[in-house]
Ligand binder design. Structure first.
Ligand SMILES: Nc1nc2c(c(=O)[nH]1)N[C@H]1C(S)=C(S)[C@@H](COP(=O)(O)OP(=O)(O)OC[C@H]3O[C@@H](n4cnc5c(=O)[nH]c(N)nc54)[C@H](O)[C@@H]3O)O[C@H]1N2
Ligand SMILES: Nc1nc2c(c(=O)[nH]1)N[C@H]1C(S)=C(S)[C@@H](COP(=O)(O)OP(=O)(O)OC[C@H]3O[C@@H](n4cnc5c(=O)[nH]c(N)nc54)[C@H](O)[C@@H]3O)O[C@H]1N2
Ligand code: SF4
Ligand SMILES: [Mo]
Length: 801
């Protein structure tokens, strides 16, 4: 087996011609439209492209499966109500290419594992259920019935239901999510980890404790009407592109915007709306009025400093504080003690910048707070979000027009999946309702989250892994450990649309169950079915795919889950699995009786625009917390101790990817073309480490919790406008560096935005383990030989915490 390093990835044609240009200072514009068409037409063809684009995000069409940004009201929608990245997501799914059984007969699993993640996705839609039998190095076709029986047999052979893991990625519809959690609990476990554990879990935990519900307290109207919008740790130009249209409206109505981000992201600088003449011929609209280029992980300190000023100036909503909150006095006393020097050191901002931000808050009568992964994926993520809540409470910015908390969710239905019970720590009320409806005792003990599930599989405590969508191996931290964990299983099952690396690091037996996507017509029981989803502002609506399925053998996700459940449980508890599989109204009837806020679900979701879930703080300023009031929280500021010679690395998305799905090799807003293995660094950090712009380096991860040397090999240095000490590179190539045990306090979310690394010259010989993003990731295949060789213990820098 060759020992090619992953930086020399011969399968990505452009990668060897990596080009670094000036970064762009505006987002979207005409280029976005051209690029959307360039992606869609060759993959999906003209007819499928037109047919799908005309139905994308329309009231009678399908919900964009990319991000969870909400749609405008039905009467305010354009004919083209989508963005460049929504178009790329549709094109990726509407792909005319096919990874059929002949493809899998030609390519062995080890050979496929030598290809890049991008290449795997380019092989097209999977058309038939496939099995990898013990000892085989091929996937081969299997019938649906045989696949369901195989899963049932493995599940029934476990000594405890808790030895099974039921993972969910946030694209799953409400219907399948409900059926899946029902199956897991009827089987006997709450082991329902999901992508949320790696994503907005810090938000869910912090908001539940502070305001009694883990969701956004705003509507789109609030965004339009805000006087001030704070956008912290979010890159909407790439990850929620239509948010820019909403910001444009708010700006034209006079809103001010403060961006808090280590990087000057194009979408936060200027936006040219391709749907308006002004956006095509004009200079667009400037987005951020103030841009605070904060150091990684400095937000908690910043928000506490701002809090101290609001208290000092008495810029407070005393009515709101007195009527609706508790803990104000303790918080005010705490922030009054904030150490200015510590704040300046933690944030890298000047006191003037911090005061300027506080003045904007003081002046604003309605502030909307937006945040995403730059806040949640830190050790102090939960505390930071509670600090955002503190500021909103101090200013009475909850349950008021033009104001509120707006965690902008990632996957299009990640929020809905939680509402439907995909949660390893389900609330007792939910389980009570489930018990009432189905007449069985659901397990009450908490299940495993993503990080705990990896440990359980690694340590031989869990033996079956089922993934409802997603790409667990590449999304999870510590790629090598996750690979080992999956390989330890007796059975791994992936319900997927397209090939990804999780299919290639298999248990003893493995299944790929191909499914219909959102773009596709779903006919069951002679009736065209629809599914439902919930967006970031709690709006629930229907989605109907317009295209013919990629293969006649595909089943919908709901049919697959009900099929597995029926094979495993038969008619235990009298749950009518086939009735649910054949008519999703049956699932919705159950939902309407089990999920609070979903009464009369079937009728209400099928109206144009659907309905909005209840949210007590937003609707009536009521707070279902322990105290019955909104709770101020007191959190100490912990300075991240980065050892000398080390940097903090954030792992983020390029403009040409959706999570682990790589659409292409460009990140044009950041000036990167034809490659992904780049590390963005401050000029002085490059020099201090003894390198030059353009040099190639290995990234070495440091974590003193264990003995592994973590390496991501061969990254090109790109000098970039980022604060000193704060580096950036793309996920998932850098996931081998993210330590499994380094997680946010309170939410257990991997700290993907604060990985301690150092740089070293690219080493000529680096024996490698399989797993994308690893040194030689795309090359190791299933060659176990390389797995541990050469992983010498790297001397741990002092004071590493
Ligand atoms: N096209 C596209 N759309 C997507 C996705 C995708 O991959 N592609 N993924 C979807 C998913 S699942 C999610 S969760 C969202 C993710 O959406 P984002 O959260 O926007 O995603 P990231 O690329 O991780 O970007 C994090 C941003 O936070 C900044 N940041 C990092 N650390 C810090 C910090 O310490 N403080 C502050 N203030 N800022 C920081 C980074 O510079 C970057 O701008 O997008 C969703 N939408
Ligand atoms: N280092 C680092 N790691 C991260 C992050 C980070 O910022 N940095 N972000 C984290 C975040 S926010 C998230 S949400 C997770 C994402 O983790 P996941 O949700 O597990 O990963 P995705 O890449 O979104 O999943 C892509 C796969 O989903 C399958 N798929 C696509 N459409 C469908 C469908 O309609 N149905 C089914 N059944 N399958 C489908 C395809 O096979 C595709 O390969 O990653 C996390 N990991
Ligand atoms: S903003 Fe998000 S949901 Fe809307 S079209 Fe773009 S990718 Fe799709
Ligand atoms: Mo996410």
């Amino acid at each position: 087996m060759s020992k090619r390093r992953s930086g020399e990835n011969v399968t990505d044609p452009g990668e060897t011609h990596l080009k670094v240009e000036e970064r762009e200072t505006h987002a979207a514009g005409v280029k976005a439209v051209v690029i959307a068409a360039k992606h869609a037409l060759p993959r999906a063809g003209v007819v499928r492209t037109m047919r799908s684009f005309l139905k994308l995000n329309q009231a009678d069409g399908f919900d964009c499966m990319s991000c969870a940004w909400p749609d405008p009201d039905p009467e305010h929608r354009h004919t083209a109500e989508f963005c460049e990245n929504g178009a790329k997501a549709v094109a990726e799914e509407a792909d005319r290419r096919r990874a059929d059984p002949a493809f899998f007969a030609t390519h062995t699993i080890p050979a496929l594992d030598q290809q890049s993640e991008w290449w795997l996705g380019q092989q097209g839609r999977i058309t038939e259920p496939l099995v990898r039998r013990p000892g085989s190095d091929h996937y081969e076709p299997i019938s649906w019935d045989a696949a369901f029986r195989l899963i049932a047999d493995e599940l029934k052979s476990l000594s405890s239901p808790d030895e099974a893991i039921f993972y969910t990625s946030g694209r799953a519809s409400n219907e399948v999510a409900f059926a899946y959690q029902l199956f897991s609990r009827a089987f006997g476990t709450n082991n329902l980890p999901d992508c949320s554990n790696m994503c907005h879990e810090s938000t869910s935990v912090a908001l539940a404790e502070s305001i009694g519900i883990g969701k956004a307290s705003v509507s789109m109207r609030d965004v339009y009407d805000a006087e001030l919008i704070v956008i912290a740790g979010q890159n909407p130009g790439t990850n929620h592109p239509r948010m820019l249209s909403a910001l444009e409206i708010a700006k034209r109505r006079g809103a001010k915007i403060v961006a808090i981000n280590p990087l000057r992201e194009a979408g936060l600088i200027n936006f040219r709306n391709p749907q308006e003449v002004k956006g095509i011929v004009g200079t667009g609209v400037d987005i951020a009025d103030d841009y605070l280029q904060i150091k990684l992980g400095g937000d908690l300190a910043l928000f506490q400093a701002v809090g101290s000023l609001l208290v000092e100036w008495d810029a407070l909503d005393h009515d709101f504080i007195d009527t609706h909150t508790t803990g104000f006095a303790d918080w005010a006393a705490h922030v009054a003690q904030v150490d200015h020097e510590l704040v300046v050191e933690a944030t890298g901002l000047s006191w003037e910048q911090i005061t300027g931000f506080a003045e904007r808050l003081r002046a604003s009568k309605g502030t909307v707070w937006c945040w995403a992964m730059g806040i949640t994926q830190h050790r102090n993520g939960v505390a930071t979000i509670k600090e955002i809540v503190n500021l909103a409470l101090a200013h009475g910015d909850i349950g008021k027009r033009g104001a509120g908390l707006f965690p902008v969710r990632g996957h299009s239905n990640v929020q809905g999946d939680r509402t439907m019970g995909i949660w390893e720590r389900p609330p007792a009320k939910f389980l009570d309702a489930l018990q009432q409806e189905f007449d069985f005792d659901p397990p009450r003990e908490h299940g495993l989250d993503t990080v705990e599930a990896i440990r359980a599989m690694r340590d031989d405590k869990a033996h079956v892994f089922i993934g409802l969508g997603g790409n667990f191996l590449q999304a999870a931290p510590d790629t090598d450990i996750t690979s080992q964990a999956l390989r330890n299983c007796r059975l791994t099952v992936h319900i997927s649309t397209k090939l990804n690396r999780s299919h290639l690091h298999t248990g003893t037996t493995a299944l790929i169950l191909p499914t219909l996507g959102r773009t596709e017509k779903d006919v069951r029981g002679g009736k065209e079915q629809f599914v439902t989803v919930e967006d970031s502002v709690c709006s629930v609506h229907a989605s109907r795919g317009p295209l013919a399925p990629a293969s006649t053998s595909l089943l919908s996700e709901t049919a697959i889950i009900c099929g597995i459940a029926e094979a495993t449980l038969g008619d235990k508890y009298g749950i009518r699995w086939s009735a649910m599989a054949n008519d999703y109204d049956v699932v919705r009837e159950h939902i309407s009786r089990v999920v609070a806020g979903c009464e009369d679900y079937t009728q209400r979701v099928d109206r144009p625009g659907g309905f909005v879930m209840p949210h007590p703080p937003r609707d009536s300023r009521t707070f279902e917390t322990k105290s019955g009031l909104a709770e101020f929280a007191v959190s100490p500021i912990e300075l991240l101790q980065v050892p000398k010679g080390c940097l903090l690395l954030q792992t983020m998305r390029s403009h040409d990817q959706f999570n682990t799905t790589i659409y292409g090799l460009d990140d044009r807003y950041r000036g990167i073309h034809n490659g992904r293995r780049v590390v963005f660094l401050h000029r002085e950090d490059i020099a201090a480490a003894g390198f030059n712009n353009g040099d190639h380096v290995d990234l070495i991860g440091h974590w003193d919790g264990d003995e592994i040397e973590r390496v991501a090999a061969d990254f090109r240095i790109v000098e970039y406008d980022t604060p000193r000490g704060s580096a950036a590179a793309y996920y998932p190539e850098t996931n081998p560096l993210v330590p499994l045990d380094s997680t946010a306090v309170g939410s257990n979310t991997p700290t993907s935005k604060a990985v301690v690394i150092s740089l070293r010259p690219v080493q000529a010989v680096a024996p490698v383990a399989p797993g994308a993003g690893r040194p030689g990731a795309d090359e190791g295949g299933q060659d176990e030989v390389g797995a541990d060789e050469g992983h010498k213990r790297f001397p741990q820098p002092e004071h590493l915490s």
